[in-house]
Ligand binder design. Structure first.
Ligand code: DAH
Length: 343
């Protein structure tokens, strides 16, 4: 029995010694297993209890229980202590100084197409126009039918697009907005409508299956072709400089009569002829005309009382001229090296 007393005292001493070196909870757990675990030192000593007499057993049992609770208490104390230390250390390590100024590397810039749309919009806002936007998924009647482009009309061939069904398509032009506006508002009207349009065109340096237009519409009493010319001339000068002139060429659009294509003096050479205007001195930028009386009638506006003009500006072409971009694809590739030049 004295043997076992000694062993228990020895275990306790050994335990206290190992505890001095404990620095983290893993080390404490190792000690727990080594002394109190199933194969631990205390358990092993207690296996010898069977050899004791009935009188000796409670004496040794009492000592063994004391040693066990001494170890358990010491372990739970040390676990609490190292856990608190570990937590404090973690908090110190993860501290964030919210007052440190950031490096702000990723500040973006406006896309050149949006810059062009904004610039053009500003000019027309200054002339008293308002801005309207409409759906890119459009009804056939707005995109074609009520603009006097019925089924089978040759103009539909040049404006093929994606059809969701017979009546719903991706709009090929913003001109449908003319109808939407005139259906909902009565003259006097002065509106521009910027937006995306879609055509089944192959992508090359000057064509894209998705591009942007800005539609313009003015309807009032006594609006004439002279008003159209004056407005477009002012637009051209504001956008490309005082020296810019416009040239009208007769054309045909089903929804205007008369219709014109409008050229601007070349923004690169100023009209002498260069590689940008292919020696012409002029660059085509928009289509325009006087709103066809039947289109007015389609929207319940009396052409005997009212008249109007409309125009459609190609945004890509204008942006390319305005910012010196020579390939339309640059506008859609989103290469930051290109886009960063417009900051
Ligand atoms: N929508 C025509 C096109 O995409 C452009 C156009 C021409 C618009 C004449 C107009 C206009 O408003 O009057 O080719």
């Amino acid at each position: 029995m004295s043997n076992m007393k000694e062993s228990l005292a020895g275990i306790r001493e050994e335990f206290d010694k190992s505890m001095e070196a404990v620095k983290d909870s893993a080390a404490a757990e190792q000690i727990r297993v080594a002394f109190l675990g199933k194969k631990g030192k205390l358990t092993q000593v207690l296996r010898g209890m069977g050899e004791l007499t009935a009188e000796e057993r409670p004496v040794i049992g009492k000592i063994a229980n004391e040693v066990r609770s001494h170890m358990e208490n010491a372990l739970s104390d040390v676990q609490a202590k190292v856990k608190a230390e570990e937590r404090a250390h973690k908090l110190r390590r993860e501290v964030i100084d919210v007052t440190v100024p950031s490096s702000m590397k990723g500040a973006g810039a406006r896309h050149p197409l949006n810059m062009a749309i904004n610039e053009i919009s500003e000019i027309f806002l200054g002339l008293g126009y308002s801005i309207a936007e409409g759906p890119e998924v459009e009804l056939d009647k707005y995109n074609f039918e009520l603009l006097r482009i019925p089924e089978g009309h040759p103009a539909r061939d040049t404006q093929d697009t994606f059809y969701f069904n017979d009546n719903v398509l991706l709009r090929t032009q913003t001109s449908g907005m003319q109808i939407r506006i005139m259906e909902n508002q009565k003259p006097p009207l002065k509106v521009i409508c910027p937006g995306k349009v879609y055509r089944s065109d192959a992508l090359d340096a000057t064509h894209s299956p998705v591009f942007h237009q800005i539609e313009g519409l003015v309807v009032d009493k006594g609006v004439t072709m002279g008003d159209l010319v004056g407005s477009l001339r002012l637009f051209a000068k504001k956008l490309f400089g005082e020296k810019t002139e416009i040239r009208l060429r007769p054309h045909h659009f089903p929804f205007t009569e008369p219709s014109v294509e409008v050229d601007l003096t070349c923004w690169k050479c100023g009209g002498c002829g260069c590689n940008v205007c292919k020696g012409e001195g002029w660059i085509e930028v928009l289509g325009a005309g006087m709103v066809h009386p039947e289109v007015l009638k389609n929207c319940n506006i009396d052409p005997e009382i009212y008249s109007g003009f409309a125009f459609g500006i190609g945004v890509e072409r204008t942006a390319m001229g305005r910012y010196g971009i020579d390939d339309i694809r640059l506008l859609y590739e989103n290469d930051v090296r290109f886009l960063e030049q417009f900051k």
